[in-house]
Design a protein around this ligand. Structure first.
Ligand SMILES: Cc1cc2nc3c(=O)[nH]c(=O)nc-3n(C[C@H](O)[C@H](O)[C@H](O)COP(=O)(O)OP(=O)(O)OC[C@H]3O[C@@H](n4cnc5c(N)ncnc54)[C@H](O)[C@@H]3O)c2cc1C
Length: 385
């Protein structure tokens, strides 16, 4: 077993590091607090070949591996935490599902603009009454002529305030088997956005409402029975979420480490106090352990899709580790860490959200328990006997 990156991976890492250091690090703080999507970064990354890293070359991507994409997101986050979201959107999110299952028409119509950094795609799964229990979703696709009428609403959708396209989970029929997905352009008749909302991280979202939205049959991504395939693709999104949790925790840790080497109190450097040394030892252990779990899931990915179990373990661990480390780093930096003069507080707020988004830590632990006991445990209320 070899824990080192290959020479090609090291070369790729170094090139992304140079790019991120030169183009993204200088405005990292302003970018983190700016509203909207960083389109300038998206276009820069497209030119640099950092969007569509794992998308086949025939489809306009780079034909790389999931590990390559993980390396890219880590290096970008180390220079500019907010820009890591662009790597996510261009590689790990619904774009990956579109590239995997989309038809030639879908790719021609949408993929090109997404890979050029000119558009962004959201995934709409969560609904007001279907969060963790996502298979309870009720957004309906009803057959009409050559297409479908879509009625329903999605909440908490990342990029929903400005996305051009939504990979929308819909119900064609009853049960899990009745779930599939359609591609809905946000400019289509019947799509409206509710009031502008914001997460604790500052990210904007708006409820997406679909009122008799007509979707031609060719805009169905996965029809009835598509749920399992969609979730297999969603595990890639979870890996991006995992990698960002760890990378933002590491960003905060690195800032705190530098601070502890220069800040003096009681006439001594902070790094000389054992109480803080042990905090750093704990942070480092969590980051290293998380990195091994993340790399295992990414390196073992089969045709680019990681296993559900390894992804769940990596995500649950790294979501917690990223948040804990960022929070401890903030503590070490005192008032400065709590201030927006530094990005440590931003990293902590972002990491907090990933403990909920993309499968909360509790839901992932349920999944891990199923793998441990090799059986499924229904979370549903049983009818009284
Ligand atoms: C930053 C952020 C970005 C997001 N982006 C998107 C997106 O792009 N697209 C999208 O569709 N959704 C998105 N979401 C929504 C996210 O997927 C949901 O918030 C999540 O699935 C939880 O659903 P809920 O908020 O309705 O909480 P609920 O499902 O109501 O859960 C509430 C609490 O109960 C726990 N819980 C629920 N069921 C169980 C159980 N069986 N066992 C143990 N604990 C349980 C949960 O873990 C949670 O802590 C995002 C959320 C956040 C915070």
């Amino acid at each position: 077993m070899d824990f080192r990156l290959t020479p090609e991976q090291e070369q790729f890492r170094d090139s992304v590091r140079r790019f991120a250091g030169r183009h993204l690090a200088p405005n990292a703080r302003e970018r983190a607090h700016a509203p909207g999507y960083p389109w300038d970064v998206a276009r820069l990354m497209a030119q640099q070949g950092l969007l569509g890293i794992t998308v086949a070359q025939a489809d306009g991507g780079q034909g790389g591996s999931l590990m390559d994409a993980v390396i890219a997101i880590e290096e970008v986050a180390a220079a500019c935490p907010r820009s890591a979201d662009v790597v996510q959107a261009g590689n790990f999110g619904p774009i990956r599902v579109l590239a995997e299952y989309g038809s030639a028409l879908h790719k021609k119509k949408f993929l090109d603009r997404l890979l050029k950094g000119e558009a962004v795609i959201s995934v709409g799964m969560t609904e007001p009454d279907a969060g963790s229990a996502v298979t309870d979703l009720s957004t309906a696709a009803t057959r009409e002529g050559d297409g479908y009428r879509i009625n329903g609403a999605k909440v908490f959708t990342t990029h929903s305030a400005y996305a051009d396209l939504v990979l929308t989970y819909v119900r064609f029929g009853p049960g899990v088997g009745g779930i599939g997905s359609v591609l809905i352009e946000t400019g289509a008749a019947g799509v409206t956005r509710g009031k502008a909302c914001a997460f604790m991280s500052g990210e904007e979202w708006a409820e997406l409402r679909f009122d008799r939205v007509y979707v031609p049959a060719e805009m169905v991504l996965l029809g009835e029975g598509g749920f399992k395939k969609q979730i297999a693709g969603f595990n890639v999104e979870r890996i991006g979420n995992t990698a960002r949790s760890l990378a933002l925790g590491r960003y905060a840790y690195e800032r705190a480490r530098q601070w502890a080497l220069q800040r003096k109190q009681f006439g001594r450097l902070l790094c000389e106090f054992q109480g803080l040394q042990w905090k750093f030892a704990e942070m480092k252990m969590k980051l290293d352990a998380g990195q091994l779990l993340l790399y295992r899931a990414a390196a073992n990915a089969d045709r680019g899709f990681p296993s559900a179990e390894e992804t769940a373990i990596a995500k649950a661990f790294c979501n917690q580790a990223g948040f804990d480390v960022a929070s401890e780093a903030l503590q070490v930096m005192g008032g400065l860490g709590y201030s927006q003069e530094e990005l440590v507080e931003y990293c902590m707020r972002r990491c907090r959200g990933w403990m909920i988004a993309g499968g909360s830590i509790e839901i992932l632990k349920n999944r891990i328990a199923e793998a441990i006991f090799e059986r499924s445990f229904s979370q549903r209320d049983r009818a009284p006997s």
